[in-house]
Ligand binder design. Structure first.
Ligand code: FES
Length: 152
């Protein structure tokens, strides 16, 4: 039997990526964050709440995988009608952070970020990259991908 390395892209392509598992190593507790493949239109990702009910839930989170991109976007509920869309790439050395309740935690060296992307514990010193995200009057979370991303 030949073993084929399971890259993130292959993992998602097989449909195995329907749920991303995140764990609190020290506590042994795990949570899941849904992963959805969404194709942007005109530089925007649109997420109707009816199709993505986790974004209508307090503390909800969703990982968006854009076809053709190796970097997902984590969409997090901050409060009623308020969202953060963050690159989960740790600003320390580039590992992928995991959503763990109120925080995003890097499994490599423990950097911890608020759901806004702000660093609360190093070694990372810079916030996660944040994309503008808003809720339209028709209950669609809109994430702007082009030209306007910045730090939290
Ligand atoms: S790469 Fe994230 S803390 Fe080092």
């Amino acid at each position: 039997m030949t073993l084929v390395p399971l890259t993130r892209r292959r993992f998602l392509a097989t449909g195995s990526g329907a749920l991303a598992v995140t764990c609190l190593g020290a506590l042994g507790a795990c949570a899941t964050v849904p992963v959805r493949r969404i194709t942007p239109v005109n530089g925007r990702i649109e997420l109707p709440l009816l199709q993505h009910p986790e974004l209508a839930t307090s503390g909800g989170a969703l990982r968006v995988q854009v076809p053709g991109s190796d970097t997902p976007i984590d969409v997090l509920v901050l409060g009623t009608g308020q969202y953060a869309a963050l690159s989960p790439i740790c600003t320390h050395l580039g590992c992928t952070v995991e959503v763990q309740g109120a925080y995003l935690v890097c499994p490599c060296h423990g950097s911890t970020y608020e759901r806004t992307g702000k660093v609360v514990r190093g070694p990372a010193e810079r916030p996660l990259r944040r994309y503008p995200a808003s809720l339209s009057s028709s209950q669609v979370v809109i994430i702007e991908l082009e030209g306007t991303a910045g730090d939290a």
